[in-house]
Design a protein around this ligand. Structure first.
Ligand SMILES: *[C@@H]1O[C@H](CO)[C@@H](O)[C@H](O)[C@H]1NC(C)=O
Ligand SMILES: *[C@@H]1O[C@H](CO)[C@@H](O)[C@H](O)[C@H]1NC(C)=O
Length: 426
């Protein structure tokens, strides 16, 4: 999750530039005025050029000849999220036969763009499409494709009052129901689910808090599962979570706001901060070093994707993860004793009852994952009644390798498709 480091770093720089971290909305600071000043400050005429017209997931899909659709889904609490879809394969011309549904959910700071960025030879959505599936790509509330609500404006702080709890409980539930309600979905028993990082957390939230959803799941594939976090060893999280992982003045100031909105200001910041001649460029490259030096990933795909990252999150998603890191629990958001009592009827938030997750969970994990420690994955697995473990043999396999390692097709994508095929043919 190197984007995470850059993101936090940019936020810190942002503080110096006047985007104060405070609970009040950041709207004023992000308006065009400081933005213009910022460009002047860095005196970099290329910045605007590089930011011209960000592609969407539709572009990433259609570029390779596959049909692409965008669907808008309204959640029970009024958020309007976007799902992208490769409805059928133009290679198979299978639009008139029933296609089993597979749903893919991205991680923190990402969007549906991350899945097709690897291209048709390796990218999971393309491989699934050519294997005959109806492929859906989710987007969390607040990210670049899901910034709308039936009554709230993104400029209102109430829009940003959500963590990954609400993403699991509402967004993923609505998305699953929506895919099953389409013409192709009607009559299907359920879906196959693939999630990366936060995309695994939200699945565990939904399946444990609304266990009735388990019967809509055929198989789940959790790549780099994140639930318990106390053994993770990430510098930035270790540094920040003692401050943000509790209900205190720091977390209160940081809470419920848009963190790194997907806009020109932040993208320019990224762009400039990570220029080769920038004084802090070692920070940007530093975080990617292990991957790049060993040539472990498709750099073309990475740069395609970083052009549209970070995709936008609420600070509460980060605070909630920091709370997990400090509390050693996988549990709901800690609002402080008073509000917890009112909301949950207990001083501390309730644990997610993961033992209620009866649908089949495939856990894909590795030794070198800085966000998802083996001990934490095993602790989660011990609570799951119906699981299959897939430990990566490559000792260097890390958090992002599950998405863009050169060998991701061989070690992750093809095996997942084989499990899904096996389910469908049995
Ligand atoms: C690397 O990613 C690019 C961009 O999506 C893709 O076109 C290319 O085929 C990928 N390379 C390999 C060898 O898979
Ligand atoms: C937001 O959703 C409403 C429907 O509730 C729609 O009318 C409006 O066009 C949408 N706004 C954007 C920016 O997509």
């Amino acid at each position: 999750m190197s984007t995470f480091h850059i993101a936090v770093f940019v936020a810190l720089i942002g503080t110096f530039l006047g985007t104060k971290i405070q609970c009040a909305p950041l709207i004023e600071e992000l308006n065009p005025a400081p933005l213009t000043d910022f460009y002047k400050l860095f005196n970099n005429p290329d910045a605007h050029l590089a930011l011209a017209k960000a592609p969407t997931t539709i572009d990433f899909i259609e570029e390779h000849g596959y049909p692409a659709e965008r669907h808008y889904v309204t959640t029970e609490d009024g958020y309007i999220i976007s799902l992208f879809r490769i409805p059928y394969s133009h290679n198979l011309k299978n639009q008139d036969v029933k296609r089993p549904i597979v749903f893919l959910q991205h991680g923190l700071f990402a969007s549906s763009d991350i899945w097709p960025s690897l291209g048709p030879n390796d990218g999971l959505p393309f491989l699934l499409s050519d294997a005959g599936y109806d492929v859906w790509l989710g987007n969390t509330r607040g990210n670049r494709f899901s910034r709308n609500h039936t009554s709230l404006s993104t400029k209102h702080p109430n829009f940003w009052r959500f963590s990954w709890h609400e993403i699991g409980y509402f967004d993923i539930a609505a998305a699953i129901d929506y895919t099953l309600s389409t013409e192709n979905g009607l009559g299907q028993d359920g879906i196959h689910y693939v999630g990366h990082s936060q995309g695994t957390t939200v699945m565990l939230v939904l399946m444990s808090s609304r266990p009735e959803y388990n019967r809509k799941i055929k198989t789940s594939h959790l790549l780099a599962p994140v639930a318990f976090m106390d053994n993770m060893d990430d510098f930035m999280v270790n540094t920040l979570s003692p401050y943000l992982g509790y209900n205190n003045v720091y977390s209160t100031l940081f809470c419920s706001q848009e963190f790194l909105p997907h806009n020109d200001f932040v993208l320019a910041l990224f762009y400039n901060v990570c220029q080769p001649d920038s004084v802090v460029s070692s920070f940007c490259s530093g975080t990617e070093d292990t991957q790049k030096e060993e040539g472990r990933t498709n750099a073309t795909a990475e740069s395609l994707f970083s052009g549209v990252s970070p995709a936008g999150v609420s600070t509460d998603q980060i605070v909630h993860y920091m709370q997990e890191h400090q509390s050693t629990h996988f549990r709901q958001f800690d609002f402080g004793t008073k509000k917890n009592l009112k909301l949950y009827g207990s001083e501390v938030p309730p644990d997610y009852p993961t033992e209620l997750i009866t649908s089949k969970m495939h856990l894909w994990y590795s030794d070198n994952d800085e966000m998802s420690a083996v001990e934490d994955v095993l602790r989660l697995a011990a609570t799951l009644p119906n699981k299959e473990m897939h430990h990566m043999e490559d000792k260097l396999w890390d958090h992002m390798d599950f998405i863009n390692n050169w060998k991701v097709r061989q070690y992750i994508n093809d095996p997942i498709i084989a499990f899904i095929n096996e389910y469908e043919t049995k």
